[in-house]
Design a protein around this ligand. Structure first.
Ligand SMILES: Nc1ncnc2c1ncn2[C@@H]1O[C@H](COP(=O)(O)OP(=O)(O)O)[C@@H](O)[C@H]1O
Ligand SMILES: [Mg+2]
Length: 320
């Protein structure tokens, strides 16, 4: 299952992604956490030191593409493989618990068993559709080639903003958790996201964060309505962690730990829709091809779409 955390800068995406990944590693199945946020500090909140960072996905796009394309005859070389290039017969597919060269080469495992991958630093301008070397594109490629199922998790710490919609990345998740502080700006991002996401059938759960008391909950409820799933309180334990003190999940306030449990249940209850996933993979590849990628590669990238390819667990069983 793929869960993205989006929201305004400073809302708590990284904090909640990390807490959720840690909680899920302890109470659920295998977890891969991916830092795709503009300010890369998921590693820190997962308890890793500065010298324990993995190799960046964004800095090694050709290597990643070369592995994923495998011997798919529709993807002639890494140069014509763009972020939306879909898998086809012959492509290499990934499993969340796999020991393939992508996970072996780009993930570090924390003491709690969370496998972390990072895009590497990027800026707002990297998010636009016309960026061939998009760092975040590495995450889109990874997710397009990932075959995941119940009880295993990819947790993606993302940015939110209109630019995220320029690519298909926002449709690659089973659940999008929108982190909102109880402020007008916090709920403003929610409205923007909701309106765009509704057109693509994206499932959203709004999570209130840094909530102080019932007035804050009422504010969120008034502005978000039924999409408000759970609220996390302002956490003294998180603050202490930010001040450099040792932190384990046991230090978290019971209400916040309960919030993580509810979120995990919510993710587990989410149905997988591989048909939609495949359809949108193709849809965004075609858009991308027309918008810039055909021009950039000098090829007709429509030809990369393999009409016989079946998304979901079946092809993996066939290719081994
Ligand atoms: N529930 C919380 N309680 C206390 N502090 C929090 C909480 N959530 C986030 N913070 C703090 O708010 C700041 C911004 O959070 P962060 O996760 O980095 O936001 P984002 O990734 O959305 O930019 C950090 O200093 C973080 O420790
Ligand atoms: Mg962040």
């Amino acid at each position: 299952m793929r869960v993205a955390f989006v929201g305004k800068g400073g809302s708590g995406k990284t904090t909640l992604s990390a807490l959720f990944a840690r909680y899920t590693a302890a109470h659920g199945g295998p977890v891969v956490a991916i830092d795709a946020d503009i300010n890369q500090h998921l590693a820190m909140v997962l308890g890793l030191g500065e010298h324990e960072l993995p190799r960046t996905l964004g800095g090694h796009l050709p290597e990643i593409k070369d592995y994923l394309r495998g011997d798919n005859p529709r993807v002639a070389d890494t140069a014509s493989m763009v972020k939306t290039t879909p898998p086809g017969r012959g492509s290499r597919l990934l499993r969340l618990d796999g020991d393939d060269p992508i996970h072996e080469g780009f993930a570090v495992t924390t003491a709690e068993g969370v496998r972390l991958m990072v895009t590497g630093p990027f800026t707002e301008s990297d998010l636009g559709v016309s960026c061939y070397h998009s760092k975040v594109g590495a995450v889109e490629l990874y997710l397009n080639h990932l075959v995941d199922g119940a009880g295993e998790y990819a947790v993606i710490d993302m940015t939110a903003g209109a630019d995220s919609f320029a690519s298909g990345l926002f449709t690659r998740f089973d659940l999008t958790v929108l982190v909102a502080e109880p402020t007008r700006q916090g709920v403003g991002v929610y409205r923007q996201y909701r309106d765009y996401a509704a057109d693509f059938g994206v499932s959203i759960a709004v999570v209130g964060n840094k909530v102080h008391g019932p007035g804050d909950v009422d504010f969120l409820r008034d502005h978000v309505g039924d999409d408000l799933f759970v609220c996390f309180e302002h956490s003294a334990a998180v603050r202490a962690m930010e001040q450099g003190r040792p932190f384990t999940l046991a230090d978290l306030e019971p209400a916040n730990r309960d919030g993580l449990a509810r979120l995990l249940d919510r993710v587990d209850a989410q149905p997988k829709d591989w048909e939609k996933f495949g359809r949108q993979t193709v849809e965004f590849h075609l858009r991308n091809a027309e918008a810039w990628a055909n021009r950039a590669t000098g090829a007709d990238l429509k030809a990369q779409i393999d009409p016989e390819f079946v998304y979901g667990p079946t092809p993996l069983a066939v290719t081994g």
